[in-house]
Write a protein that binds this ligand. Structure first.
Ligand code: BEZ
Ligand code: FE
Length: 292
């Protein structure tokens, strides 16, 4: 067979990729070839530039370990994670929207009783997050599981603290009337990790590498859609240019500042200032989502 010319090259590769029995794998790989070839044809990299790209992806893989996931960070900062999230989590109006999970979720967090403190001495301003979990019909969902994770008041996650014990994460369950109450400390806006290849890329740009302050939630309840989302602090100065494009209007909430001496949810008189965040999560039923 004659070697194909540059113009015929993509077609020749696509033809060979027809020989993939699994139809989904074939579809995905042919699209990958098509778009990757179009990208290369447009950009026309030198051999040296292409090798740099390969070194960049290699460095991303080398930065990953069981706690650090630089590939997720790459996907997040390219805006691809949010695109995948949106495609897979189209919610009916009224349901709480999802947002990107990010690289810092650690499974099997410790369980906390309603109202108890998951911050466990971590630095930061005390913060109470309270509300309800309901269905679209407004009926409370009892026993819904809320899995939370966040930075402490210095902007650090467990992965960055490298603590022996769980740090700034916990699991709560709703009461029979659907209510929940979490005690924690307020998160602050923070930089994505800058000590790897993704962070290094940002040093060559004028783009923000900051996430506005937020608390992550993954909420599950039988018969309902699994919801991965955040609550963002209203007024945060990075709310309009989140580095991972995760902010959605319905997820921006007031962190109401209360003075020392005020009564906290649960009744305790606090001897220092604290925040109260009120938010009701609305879950879509699984059957409704399938029909939508
Ligand atoms: C986060 O929310 O923790 C996060 C998400 C994407 C990239 C980096 C951090
Ligand atoms: Fe986060």
């Amino acid at each position: 067979m004659a070697y194909p010319s540059e113009e015929k090259h993509t077609k020749a590769v696509l033809k060979r990729y027809e020989d993939i029995p699994n139809p989904r794998l074939r579809e995905v790989m042919q699209a990958a070839v098509k778009h990757l070839h179009a990208f290369v044809s447009e950009v026309k990299p030198t051999g040296e530039e292409w090798f740099k790209a390969i070194q960049y992806l290699t460095a991303i893989g080398q930065k990953c370990d069981d706690k650090r996931q630089e590939f997720i960070l790459l996907s997040d900062t390219l805006g691809v994670s949010m695109l995948v999230d949106d495609i897979n989590n189209r919610r009916v109006p009224g349901a709480t929207p999802s947002t990107v999970e990010g690289p810092f979720h650690i499974p099997d967090s410790p369980e906390f009783a309603d109202g108890s403190d998951m911050a466990n001495g971590a630095p930061g301003i005390p913060c109470f997050v309270t509300g309800k979990v309901t269905g679209l019909d407004g009926k409370p969902i009892s026993g819904a599981v809320l899995d939370l994770w966040q930075t402490d008041g210095e902007g650090l996650y467990e992965e960055q603290r490298r603590t022996a014990d769980p740090w700034m994460r916990g699991i709560y369950r709703t009461n029979p009337d659907g209510t929940y109450c979490v005690r924690t400390v307020a998160p602050i806006s923070y930089s994505i990790p800058m000590d790897g290849p993704v962070g290094n890329f940002f040093t060559h740009t004028n783009m923000s590498h900051i996430r506005p302050a937020h608390i992550h939630f993954a909420i599950s309840a039988p018969g309902h859609h699994y919801l991965v989302t955040h609550l963002f602090q209203k007024g945060d100065k990075y709310i309009d240019n989140d580095v991972v494009y995760g902010v959605k209007e319905p997820l921006i909430v007031d962190f109401k500042k209360m003075p020392a001496g005020s009564k906290a949810p649960g009744g305790e008189i606090m001897n220092e200032p604290f925040y109260v965040v009120s938010y009701d999560f609305v879950l879509e039923r699984q059957a409704q989502a399938a029909a939508a």
